[in-house]
Design a protein around this ligand. Structure first.
Ligand SMILES: NC(=O)c1ccc[n+]([C@@H]2O[C@H](COP(=O)([O-])OP(=O)(O)OC[C@H]3O[C@@H](n4cnc5c(N)ncnc54)[C@H](OP(=O)(O)O)[C@@H]3O)[C@@H](O)[C@H]2O)c1
Length: 257
C-alpha cells in the first residue's frame, strides 16, 4: 500500500481524487487531496517526501515548488514548472506530464502560431508542447503583466518568438490557461476569444457539463481529457505500469450525477 496525492489551493473543484483512485485503489494504494496554501507549501512537501511515493501539483504551486525538489526531469527544467513529483527514498524528482498530455492529445496537428491566455505553470507547459509541435510565434495575454513577461522570456529561451499583448491576435491555436470557464464569471475570457480567429482551442479549464469555450470551438482539446492524460502519465512514472485511460473516464461519468 502506498500514498499518493494532490497539492494545490483551492481544490474543491478537483476531479483528481476520482480518476486517480479508479486506478490506484486496485493496487491497494490511496490518492489523497491535500489542500495547501502557499505558506504551507514547504511543510507539506517535506511531509510528503517522508509519507508518500509521489504527488501531483496544481494551481498555484507549479512554479514555486521547484525550490523544494531535489531533482528535475530535463523537460520540467526547460518548462520551469512541475505537476508531478516522484518520491524515492525521501528524494523528490519533479516531472511535467501536463506538456506531454497536451502533446499526445494534439496528435501531430500543424501549429505555427498560438495565442495564450494566462501565464502560469499550465501556460508554460502548453507553450512547450506547442513549441515541440513546431509553433514558432506566441502571443501572450495575462492579468498580471509581469508574469506574461516571464513566460515571454521562457519561450524566447527555447528559440521561438513571443510577444505580450493586451489585444487578441488570431492564431492557429487559442489556449485558455486560467481557471476562467470553471466558474460562472468567464465573460472577459469569452469576449477576448470572440475577437480573434482560431483553428483549434486548448482549454485547460474543465467542467463536466462543458466550459463556455467548448461550446464555441470547432476543434477543441478539453481540460477533462488533458486532466485524464496527465494523471495517467503521472501514475505511469510513479508505478511503472501502463494505465487504461478508459477506466479513469468511466470513473468520472459514474460520479457525474
Ligand atoms: N486540465 C488539466 O489537466 C489542467 C492542467 C494544468 C492546469 N489546469 C488548470 O489551468 C488553470 C491554471 O493552472 P496553473 O497550474 O497554470 O496555475 P498557476 O501557475 O497558478 O497560474 C494561474 C494562471 O491563471 C491566471 N488567473 C488565475 N485566476 C484568474 C482570474 N480570476 N482571472 C484571470 N486570470 C486568472 C493567473 O494570472 P496571474 O498571473 O495574473 O495571477 C495565471 O496566469 C487552473 O485552473 C488549473 O486547474 C488544468
Amino acid at each position: 500500500m502506498a500514498l499518493y496525492g494532490l497539492i494545490g489551493f483551492p481544490l474543491s473543484h478537483s476531479l483528481s481524487y476520482k480518476i486517480n483512485n479508479a486506478v490506484l485503489k486496485r493496487y491497494g494504494d490511496h490518492y489523497v487531496i491535500f489542500e495547501t496554501k502557499p505558506e504551507e507549501l514547504f511543510s507539506t512537501v517535506m511531509g510528503l517526501k517522508v509519507l508518500s511515493r509521489g504527488f501531483n501539483v496544481t494551481i498555484p504551486h507549479k512554479k514555486s515548488i521547484i525550490l523544494y525538489l531535489d531533482h528535475l526531469s530535463e523537460d520540467a527544467e526547460r518548462i520551469g514548472a512541475v505537476n508531478a513529483v516522484k518520491v524515492e527514498q525521501r528524494t523528490a524528482t519533479g516531472y511535467n506530464t501536463d506538456y506531454l498530455s497536451i502533446l499526445n492529445l494534439m496528435n501531430g496537428r500543424n501549429v505555427q502560431t498560438a495565442m495564450i491566455f494566462g501565464a502560469g505553470g499550465g501556460a508554460r507547459a502548453t507553450a512547450y508542447a506547442l513549441f515541440r509541435l513546431g509553433c514558432n510565434r506566441f502571443f501572450i495575454y495575462n492579468r498580471t503583466k509581469e508574469n506574461a513577461l516571464s513566460l515571454k522570456s521562457k519561450i524566447e529561451g527555447w528559440g521561438a518568438k513571443a510577444e505580450v499583448t493586451e489585444d487578441p491576435k488570431s492564431a492557429d491555436v487559442f489556449v485558455n490557461a486560467t481557471p476562467m470557464g470553471m466558474y460562472a464569471n468567464d465573460e472577459a475570457l469569452i469576449e477576448f476569444y470572440l475577437k480573434g480567429n482560431y483553428r483549434t482551442v486548448i482549454d485547460l479549464a474543465y467542467d463536466l457539463k462543458g466550459t463556455s469555450l467548448s461550446k464555441l470551438a470547432k476543434d477543441y482539446i478539453s481540460g477533462i481529457e488533458i486532466l485524464i492524460e496527465q494523471a495517467a502519465l503521472s501514475i505511469e512514472i510513479w508505478k511503472g505500469i501502463k494505465v487504461d485511460r478508459k477506466e479513469m473516464r468511466s470513473a468520472l461519468h459514474e460520479n457525474k450525477g
